[in-house]
Design a binder for this molecule. Structure first.
Ligand code: BGC
Length: 766
């Protein structure tokens, strides 16, 4: 099945257009370009006209009404860096605009095999002249700094003059919405244009962020090509104020057309000493290779990407398309160099200001670790590079040792203004540690644990030791923290945090032992100040870690005080009061048993061996009744755990909610950007949920089930240098080792040997 997502509408209303800007954005992990209409939108219509660079930011003041000790007083924010997508088309004096004249066709397509978006419009001007506009856009995976537009205009029923006016505007601001805490509250002008000049068919602009001092160069190069007898009359690039403006005048015969090729190159001082110099050099390379070369490379890159993570769902095209879309968006969002990571909204919009959260390690890295471990390694390396800042952050919060990773950040500095559900979410430390361990278990890359993993595990463990203490019963307790559920804050012994910290401590010991056994420890003990006594302390704390359990209900309470609170009446809550966070004061929410998202239930997925199935089932049913799923990180987890507990219908229902969250805009905020964590969660709901894949120290195991409306599904993944394919249908699960050494895995609890390219069929079980 072709990996194509298309939307057609002859009435591209304002609301739909705002959402389409997100869904049809182009990104390659370095730059992201919203899918805004080239000609702009009419005044008063909502639009977020943005182009972003991953990891490029300014620092803005964080206003705290009462500035208590060591509160965060400034934050990093991702900047809109330029508008290079604007093209206006004038047909014999009439300006193309979807709200005037008649839109006969308006189709947008995202081609996930070619790595391009396409917009096709047939428009009739008020005078009756009809044109066809086709715009093809790409952010190149081969040349990360390249964003291209090919804008073609064809005269359908007339002969006449067409003028194309293309704008390069580096003088831009960010989007803001004071009514939504998930967006910047004020419109910012944080970028000053330092210089803009024309050079032949190019305009080159240098701008500087006001406080961070970071510089960015945007360069736009134009070329006009006439087809089928059309004639270019004139063209020129000029600088008008702070904008570069290119004008091309063409005479079109009936049926003839003209293409404007716009090559936009971006460079920034995070990565280049002289951004302008680099952009000019890269333009030369692009010009000498030509755009068709980059289209070819784009396809080849994606062929390789899909070959490792092919996913097919037989019998449910809708879900198949949604899942493919989500995987593609993850690829678009993930940084491809070690200067950045994956923002909560990728590079598709300004929601959450381009910040990285636990979303990356907990929800997205599992996908890359199973399909593209080299990329995972780079993203982990990025986190590792921020360890010193995490040490500083721990110090600011009063810790004498260890490191605490920030709740939200770009460079590693804490950017959360509301510490209650920000800095207090200490679990992020264990989430990052978990991602390192998961990477190790899946790849066997012990050398990387020597290089980075051990230090991260050690410093996060030290923080648990500094934060925690032993209570009168000899339990190791973690007080005043916030777990994943942001409707319950600052509690003692959040089940998820405690069990994740226990895992963190245990794996610090294991990795240390593995390094010693492999003779890789070298001078690490000395270098990091590790002593036997300290390691023994980790072991004791892990063993004694308090994991809350309620005898009466037979469940794991979310924390020490959770069950003593009244239960929020969700049935009586007006429908328009969701998400609750936009309608109730946080303190009010904190006093009830009501969850924004999976918390204890998430722990059952990640640390399933800690509890019996009965406890997990009872807890699942308990939390299900009080969870609003107001966070997009929730339904995917409820789906995975439902699969694991054998609650098949629930697993499928929650999966459906997760798979289409952005396509159907079910959280009503996809206009501000995609929800990358949910997209990773959706992948896990199939692979770790339905297929029951577990990758542990003991190896791989699978226990697949088939959603009732599906005929089957297939996926691929990599494990310790091997490529495996799993195909599930009503009768059997078929596993093929496509590449790599022979392997024994467990399917439905029984050992199965896999040898080179031979399929193994195992009967499905109930
Ligand atoms: C969720 C967090 C998440 C953040 C960014 C919030 O709504 O509660 O868990 O990290 O969004 O996606």
């Amino acid at each position: 099945m072709k990996k194509i997502f298309t939307r057609s509408s002859v009435d591209p209303g304002a609301k739909e257009n705002f959402l389409n800007e997100t869904l049809f954005h182009n990104a390659n992990g370095y730059i992201g370009v919203r899918g805004c209409l080239e000609e702009g939108v009419p005044n008063g219509t909502d639009t977020m006209r943005g182009i972003y660079i991953n990891g490029f930011y300014d620092i803005i003041p964080m206003k705290q009404a009462e500035m208590l000790c060591n509160f965060v007083d400034k934050k990093e924010t991702m900047l809109n860096i330029a508008d290079t997508m604007t093209v206006n088309c004038v047909v014999d004096g009439e300006i193309f605009d979807i709200l005037t004249g008649l839109v006969i066709k308006h189709t947008r397509t995202l081609d996930m095999e070619k790595g391009i978006t396409k917009r096709e419009v047939v428009w009739e001007a008020p005078s009756g002249k009809q044109i066809e506009i086709t715009s093809v856009r790409m952010t190149s995976f081969e040349m990360l700094s390249l964003f291209s537009i090919e804008y073609t205009v064809k005269a359908l029923n007339f002969e006449g003059d067409v003028r194309l006016i293309s704008v390069h505007n580096p003088d831009v601001t960010n989007y803001s919405d004071p009514s939504d805490p998930r967006l910047a509250a004020e419109s910012m002008r944080n970028l000053d244009v330092k210089d803009i000049y024309a050079d032949g068919e190019s305009s080159i602009a240098i701008a500087q962020a006001r406080t961070s001092g970071l510089r960015v160069c945007s360069l736009v190069h134009h070329a006009l090509t006439a087809h089928d007898g059309a004639a270019v009359r004139s063209n020129a690039t000029e600088i008008l104020g702070k904008q570069g403006v290119y004008t091309g005048n063409v005479h079109l015969g009936k049926g003839s057309s003209v293409t404007l090729e716009k090559l936009c190159l971006f460079s920034d001082s995070v990565r280049a000493r002289e951004p302008a110099g680099r952009a000019v050099r890269e333009l030369d390379t692009v010009l000498s290779n030509g755009l068709p070369y980059y289209y070819k490379k784009q396809e080849a890159y994606l062929k390789e990407f899909w070959s490792n993570c092919e996913m097919e769902i037989d019998g449910d095209d809708d879900m198949q398309n949604a899942v493919i879309f989500n995987m593609y968006e993850l690829l678009q969002s993930a940084a491809k160099d070690s200067h950045a990571s994956i923002a909560a909204k990728g590079l598709s919009g300004e929601g959450y200001e381009g910040h990285y959260f636990w979303d990356t390690e907990t929800f997205i890295l599992p996908f890359f670790t199973l399909t593209n471990p080299a990329l995972s390694k780079m993203l982990l390396r990025y986190r590792y590079s921020t360890l010193d800042k995490a040490r500083e952050n721990a110090g600011l919060l009063g810790h004498k040792k260890g490191a605490l990773f920030p709740w939200r950040t770009i460079t590693g500095t804490e950017c959360s203004g509301y510490f209650v559900s920000g800095s207090a979410a200490y679990h992020i430390n264990a989430d990052i540690a978990y991602a390192f361990v998961n990477y190790y278990i899946t790849t066997g890359d012990l050398a990387f644990m020597r290089e980075a993993g051990m230090e991260v595990l050690l410093e996060t463990s030290r923080l648990w030791m500094d934060l925690g203490c032993y209570n009168e019963n000899g339990d190791f307790v973690l007080n005043v923290v916030t777990g994943p559920d942001e409707y319950t804050c600052m509690v003692n012994n959040n089940y998820y945090t405690n069990v994740a910290a226990k895992y963190n401590l245990c794996w610090t010991l294991k990795i240390h032992r593995l390094l010693r056994e492999a003779g890789l420890l070298g001078d690490l003990d000395e270098h990091l100040g590790i002593t036997d006594e300290e390691l023994a302390g980790f072991g004791r704390a892990a063993e004694a870690m308090l994991l809350p359990y309620d005898e009466h209900l037979g469940i794991n309470p979310q924390d020490d005080s959770f069950l003593s609170k009244p239960v929020w009446d969700l049935a009586k809550t007006p429908k328009d009061h969701f998400p609750l966070l936009l309608h109730y004061h946080p303190l009010h929410l904190y006093r009830y048993q009501v969850c924004k998202q999976a918390d204890t239930v998430l722990a059952y997925f990640m640390f399933e061996n800690e509890q019996s199935r009965d406890v997990m089932i009872r807890s699942y049913e308990y939390y299900e009744k009080i969870t609003t799923h107001d966070s997009s990180l929730s339904t995917c987890v409820f789906s995975i755990v439902a699969s694991r507990l054998g609650l098949k219908e629930k697993a499928y229902a929650y999966f459906g909610d997760s798979a289409k969250l952005d396509l159907l805009n079910t959280h009503s905020n996809s206009m501000h950007g995609i929800h990358t964590a949910n997209m990773g969660g959706c992948y896990m709901a199939i692979v770790n949920g339905f297929a029951g894949l577990r990758v542990t120290e003991e190896g791989i195991s699978l226990a697949p089930s088939l959603p009732k409306d599906w005929n089957g599904y297939k996926f691929k993944f990599v494990y310790r240098g091997r490529l495996l394919k799993v195909a599930i249908d009503k009768e059997a699960v078929t596993i093929t080792l496509l590449a790599g050494d022979d392997l024994t895995i467990r399917v439905f609890g029984k050992w199965v040997g896999l040898e080179g390219k031979r399929e193994k069929r195992i009967q499905m079980e109930e």
